[in-house]
Each structure stands twice: as structure tokens, then as C-alpha cells.
Design a protein around this ligand. Structure first.
Ligand code: SF4
Length: 474
């Protein structure tokens, strides 16, 4: 019997994936000849920064296979959905979207449809996709995105439906191709998964337990990015403060920051997300001393009530959080602190929301993402009693939102008249005579300029505060 491409594949990674990228290139080249048009792909990403970074890697793999990236989902030959499952209604929306594509798929039977990401980690979703969306050719989860070329090869070599979902994470595979959305800034994964099991959150179940990358691999990636012209890196993890746990002899997160700071060419360092329970004095000191770490920290509060925090399994009290936030404000006065807040958690009362509002006024957040609690099937909180009626939630949510807006408006205005360094990101969407960039503290600034400034760090005088953003001039 003739050997198949799978018999000859290397067993070690990433060599194995480069082998499949080459093979996919040949197989797709044949398909191109049959169809008489160059093949294209489209990646649709839902959810968080982790998914965005995963999609950059998969975009890199697809481009290395010789495919062109297309803006048009329905016209593309390979359509990949990188899904998010943080809320039940996100799943329903995705099925609706997929159903619409399925109707159009009748006309394009050669198209390959692939679904990956957090939704695909849930057995019910895989079952539903396999049964009711038969035009989906490839389903894989969050742990094996680096195998995209191999999975496509399996399909091209005759496997009509490829399902490859791992319930546990495997090895961390380095040096997979990647195409960045922005040439001047990039996310860098420093760890994957989460061990915290907050009772409302599905992430630990779909992303697995916490695993950190080796520091030398992270530094190598930052050096490579700097040599490609990247100025700003965002170090990504569900809880960056526990970086290194589980790797014998590993450096800590503050030590990692110090190492990234030494990389020539990287001018700005951001990170996300910091769990308050693990934020150390050493981290505050490193941020304070640094010339490159941005003056911004995202410190999710979720609730200002110790009782609700306990029910959420957040493992800090309101007093501990407040002490930490005040210490950060004291040590780094120009820092922006942003947060996440949930309203309507099971058992929450008006007094609990009073505590949250009080906390907002004490910490004086520079910004906050406020969410109405939405039960996520499969999490402990979904079966907790004490859900409040809709009218209560609406009223309390508005109360929290107003407090956040009042404080953040006041906080934003404190920089008026300053000259700040801004990393220019794009032409302004409303006015092509303006460019838009971000200050170190993450506030947006719009000022006169042209495309040549994109990706540059420029000094801008802040002339007018518009509430949550600034107008300025060079
Ligand atoms: S820290 Fe909590 S909220 Fe964040 S990903 Fe982990 S379980 Fe979810």
C-alpha cells in the first residue's frame, strides 16, 4: 500500500506542522487548478484578547499554506470561526450566524468550514455542530489550534468530518507562524488557562489549567517582534500574576517584566489580566521603576461586597482590594486603574450594590466594563438561588454605571494641558484629517496628522478633554 502523507509526518513539533503546511499547500494548489481561481480564507474571531491572538496564529498558518486572506466570509474557500462561550447567548448568536452561512453553503459545496475555540471545548456544542450543522467540516478546541494545517490535510485527504477536541491541554508548541493584525503592536501569550474557578466563569473548564511559557521563549518572541518593528507588547494571561507557578525554577511575573524591559526596540509593555489576590508589592515596585511599562492596570473588582466576592470565589475581601488599589494609587499617582464589575449576581442585594458603588467612588476608576450577570451553564453560579428581577437589575446596573462614568470623567480630565507620548494606531474613523492613538494610560487621543504617523510614538499636547478621550496637537 502506498504511504500516505500521515505515515511520513515528523513526530516532533513544530516540524510536524511545517510538514503539514507544505502538504496543504500542494493539496490546495490542486484544488485551485480544479476550481480555476485562487483560494482564499476568512477568520471570524469572537471573544477576548486570547482568542484574538490565537486567530493571528491561525491566520499565519493559513497564509503559509498559500491562501489569500479575504474580507468576505461568504465568498471565502476556507471559513474559520474562533468561538467564545463566555455567555449562553453568545452561543445562540453564533448558531444563528452559522445557520445563515449554512444556507449560503448550499451554493458553495467546495468550501471548508471549521469551528474552533472555547465553544468547541464543550461536548454539547460538538454534538450540536455535528448533528445539526453538517456542513461544518472541521471542529477543534482551544488546545490544538497549532494543528490547523494537519486538520485541514486530514479533511483534504478524504475525512469528511474531522473532530479533534482535547479535554486536557498538551504541550506548548513554539514557533508557529503568525500574522499580526497591527505591525506596531502585538499580544504575547505568557501563559494559558486558569486555576481560579470563579463561580460564574467557564474559562477554566474550556481553557484548562494554568500553564506558563518558558521565560526564554517569551523573551525570544519579544526580540523577534522588536526586530519586525513592534513597539508595544501586551503580555497575555488569564492571571499574569501567577506566571511561573508550576515551572520549577521559573522567574516570577515582575522578574519577567524586568527581562522584557531589557529588549531593545520594545518601547511599551502592557499586560492583562491581573487577579487582585496575587498582585505583589514587587510588581508595584517594578511598574514604578519602569520606563516602558504602561501607566495602566486592569484590576477586576467584580463586586464591592465581601459577601458576594465570597460567593464568586474571588478570594479577596473588599478591604483587601481597597488596600491594594490605594497602594497602587499612592505609589504610581499617574496610573489609570480600570476594572470589571458584575451586577445581578445570585443573592446580590441593594446593600451589596451600595458597597460596589462605594468602592467605585473610593478607587476612582479610570474606566470599567460593567456587565449584567448572565448565568453560564456548567458553572456553579448558574444553579445558585437568589436571582433578582429584571427591573431591579436594570435600576442597580444604571446606578453602578452612573458612578463609574462620574468618576472616570473626572479622572480623565486630570491630564488636560499635559504633553503625553501617544502611540498612533490609525486614521480617525470620523475625520480623515485626524489620527487616533493611545497614551500610556490607555486613554485615546485624536489629533491632526496623516497615515505616515501610524505606528509612531509622538508627543501630543492634550488641548481638550471630551469625557473619555482627548483632542490634542503635536
Ligand atoms: S480568574 Fe476567574 S474570571 Fe478570570 S478567567 Fe479565571 S475563573 Fe474566569
Amino acid at each position: 500500500m502506498a504511504e500516505s502523507i500521515f505515515d511520513m509526518a515528523p513526530v516532533t513539533e513544530p516540524e510536524r506542522q511545517y510538514y503539514f503546511i507544505e502538504n496543504a499547500r500542494v493539496l490546495l494548489g490542486r484544488k485551485e487548478e480544479e476550481l480555476h481561481h485562487p483560494l482564499s480564507f476568512h477568520v471570524t474571531t469572537f471573544g477576548c484578547q486570547m482568542n484574538a491572538r490565537d486567530s493571528e496564529k491561525m491566520t499565519g498558518i493559513l497564509a503559509d499554506m498559500g491562501l489569500m486572506e479575504s474580507e468576505n466570509e461568504t465568498e471565502s474557500d476556507i471559513v474559520l470561526f474562533n468561538t467564545c462561550t463566555i455567555r449562553d447567548n453568545a452561543n445562540q448568536k453564533f448558531y444563528g450566524h452559522l445557520g445563515t452561512l449554512g444556507g449560503k453553503n448550499q451554493r458553495n459545496r467546495d468550501r471548508i468550514v471549521a469551528v474552533c475555540g472555547c465553544m468547541a471545548q464543550e461536548p454539547e456544542c460538538v454534538e450540536k455542530l455535528s448533528k445539526s450543522y453538517k456542513f461544518v467540516n472541521i471542529i477543534f478546541g482551544t488546545h490544538n489550534i497549532y494543528k490547523l494545517a494537519e486538520l485541514i490535510c486530514r479533511h483534504l485527504e478524504g475525512e469528511e468530518h474531522v473532530v479533534d477536541v482535547w479535554d486536557k491541554p498538551g504541550e506548548i508548541v513554539e514557533d508557529i507562524p503568525s500574522i499580526r493584525k497591527y505591525p506596531f503592536k502585538s499580544g504575547v501569550n505568557i501563559m494559558f488557562g486558569c486555576n481560579n474557578y470563579c463561580t460564574y466563569c467557564i474559562v477554566p473548564y474550556v481553557r484548562g489549567n494554568e500553564r506558563s511559557r518558558e521565560a526564554k521563549e517569551i523573551i525570544r518572541e519579544c526580540e523577534k517582534l522588536a526586530s519586525d518593528g513592534v513597539k508595544e507588547v501586551m503580555l497575555l494571561g488569564q492571571n499574569v500574576n501567577s506566571y511561573g507557578n508550576g515551572i520549577e525554577g521559573s522567574i516570577s511575573f515582575p522578574e519577567l517584566l524586568r527581562e522584557v524591559e531589557k529588549v531593545d526596540g520594545i518601547e511599551r509593555i502592557r499586560f492583562m489580566t491581573s487577579h487582585p489576590k496575587d498582585l505583589s508589592d514587587e510588581l508595584i515596585q517594578v511598574m514604578k521603576d519602569s520606563k516602558k511599562i504602561c501607566r495602566h492596570i486592569h484590576l477586576p473588582l467584580q463586586s464591592g461586597s465581601t459577601r458576594i466576592l465570597k460567593a464568586m470565589n474571588r478570594r479577596y475581601t473588599r478591604e483587601q482590594y481597597l488596600e491594594l488599589a490605594m497602594k497602587i494609587r499612592r505609589e504610581i499617582p499617574d496610573i489609570a486603574i480600570t476594572t470589571d464589575i458584575i451586577v445581578g449576581f445570585p443573592g446580590e442585594t441593594t446593600e451589596d450594590v451600595d458597597d460596589t458603588v462605594d468602592m467605585i467612588h473610593r478607587v476612582k476608576y479610570d474606566g470599567a466594563f460593567t456587565f449584567v450577570y448572565s448565568p453560564r451553564t456548567g458553572t456553579p453560579a448558574a444553579s445558585m438561588d437568589g436571582r433578582q428581577p429584571k427591573e431591579w437589575i436594570k435600576r442597580e446596573f444604571d446606578r453602578v454605571l452612573t458612578a463609574v462614568q462620574d468618576e472616570s470623567k473626572e479622572m480623565a480630565a486630570r491630564f488636560l494641558g499635559n504633553t503625553e507620548t501617544v502611540l498612533v494606531e490609525d486614521i480617525n474613523e470620523q475625520d480623515p484629517g485626524l489620527v487616533t492613538g493611545r497614551m500610556s494610560n490607555n486613554l485615546m487621543v485624536h489629533f491632526p496628522g496623516d497615515r505616515s504617523l501610524i505606528g509612531k510614538l509622538v508627543d501630543v499636547k492634550l488641548t481638550e478633554c471630551k469625557g473619555f478621550y482627548y483632542m490634542g496637537e503635536r
